[in-house]
Design a protein around this ligand. Structure first.
Ligand SMILES: Cc1ncc(COP(=O)(O)O)c(C=O)c1O
Length: 412
């Protein structure tokens, strides 16, 4: 008993004396000065309608199919998928993703593909490989806030290029690049863009702007990190990914099964030149999930993905039009928005500070994401908010917009 107390006392003492902070690297300390990751995520009271959540619709999650995939995998391969090396299906997953990419117009060899733990791991690995602490990164304004969080862990040097209803404004980007060149300032090492059904604006870059941005990449010698997380979720028309228009390998293309199968499985990928894929694999080591990858393979082998994608597209298109009709009916006339052609989101411009509005909205029963979190310079986003039509059901979407309309009218 006495020894036990002595042990606890000594352990306490040792911990008290260690100044953990003094061991943390300069680079990490710099990153830890940023806002904590996920700070944008609103606290949502029970029963609140979640128009904030960029999650797939719960009823479209393939629960029974994943159960069946796990059962057949373990029946067939016994302990194999549970080992470090995992199941032979891991290699099959590469082939299945290659097939899916062919349907997006991207021909890819084995050496040009790396499976990652979601698109986010791919973005992080790319950032780690490309960014020094002085590296300039070009991002869209607004853009996916988790990507901002990742890049800020590596550099503080950014330029933001505004997005309008036709996507990234490439003319403004060209002006900015030319001005920097003239002044002898550094040029970006890469541009991060979500050209198709952008998060948060829901907009899609036009064909002309796609060509223009690829020309700029050659002219000003930068790479393009193309995030295609929503590319397959078009309502009527598929857009050509930048990677499919890229003759000289400047585009690093990142994709994901999070929005079309299940985000918790953490399956994403990168398509890039073989030497870049080798560098990514170097740092990724075995930070993947052999069991999740084998399960996803078993699921994909048993699933007609063409049919599933049709279901997802029609379901999300219907939910999007319910949300758009509700906006027409219930929000003040001063509010405006872009009409998305796919994806999960609608972006609203309102005459109020949306982060101040959020507390009242959640109290009344609806959540959204305030626009400021999608901008590097958060003040630019004060008068915007992001709504998602993917997660809530149609009845709740209408109810949620009614509540939002009421809250917005009160501040007009
Ligand atoms: C643009 C964009 N990229 C990537 C992701 C995350 O993908 P994953 O779950 O594969 O990491 C999201 C999820 O919201 C997203 O909106």
């Amino acid at each position: 008993m006495y020894q036990c107390f002595l042990f606890i006392f000594l352990k306490r003492k040792v911990n008290d004396n260690v100044n953990i902070d003094s061991f943390i690297s300069k680079h990490s300390k710099e990153a830890l000065k940023n806002d904590p990751p996920g700070e944008w995520m609103p606290t949502i009271p029970d029963g609140c309608i979640r128009l904030s959540s960029g999650y797939p619709a719960p009823h479209l999650m393939p629960v029974e199919e994943i159960k069946a995939a796990v059962a057949s995998l373990l029946e067939e391969e016994k302990d194999l998928p549970l080992h470090y090396l995992g199941s032979p299906k891991k290699k099959k997953l590469d082939e299945l993703i290659q097939e899916r990419l062919t349907q997006r117009g991207i021909q890819v060899s084995e050496e040009e593909l790396l499976i990652t733990s979601g698109a986010c791991q791919a973005i992080d690995l790319i950032a780690r490989i490309l960014i020094d602490d002085q590296t300039l990164v070009a991002i869209e304004a607004p853009t996916y806030m988790e990507a901002i969080e990742i890049f800020q862990n590596y550099t503080h040097h950014f330029i933001s290029i505004p997005v309008d209803e036709y996507g990234l404004q490439t003319d403004l980007f060209e002006d900015l690049l030319e001005e920097r060149k003239r002044k002898g300032l550094s040029l970006p090492r890469f541009l991060y863009t979500i050209p198709t059904f952008q998060n948060p604006t829901g907009t899609t870059m036009t064909e002309e702007r796609r060509k223009h941005v690829l020309e700029l990449a050659v002219q000003y010698n930068f790479l393009i990190l193309e995030d295609d997380a929503y590319g397959e979720l078009y309502f009527n028309k598929q857009s050509t990914p930048l990677k499919a228009m890229d003759p000289d390998g400047r585009v690093l293309h990142v994709g994901s099964l999070s929005k079309v199968v299940a985000p918790g499985m953490r399956i994403g990928w990168t398509v890039a030149a073989p030497e870049f894929i080798t560098a990514m694999a170097w740092f990724k080591k075995d930070l993947g999930h052999p069991f999740a990858q084998a399960t996803m393979t078993a699921y994909l082998e048993r699933t007609d993905m063409k049919e599933r994608l049709e279901t997802l597209r029609t379901t999300y298109q219907a939910k999007c039009s319910v949300l758009l009709s509700a906006l027409e009916e219930y929000v003040p006339k001063s509010v405006s928005w872009y009409i998305p052609e796919g994806g999960y989101f609608v972006w609203l411009k309102v005459a109020a500070d949306t982060s101040e509005l959020l507390a009242q909205a959640t109290e009344e029963g609806v959540s959204f994401i305030p626009g400021k979190y999608f901008f590097l310079n958060q003040e630019e986003g004060t008068g915007y908010l992001r709504l998602s039509f993917s997660y809530a059901d149609e009845k709740d979407i209408v109810e949620g917009i009614k509540i939002l309309g009421k809250v917005l009218r009160e501040v007009e």
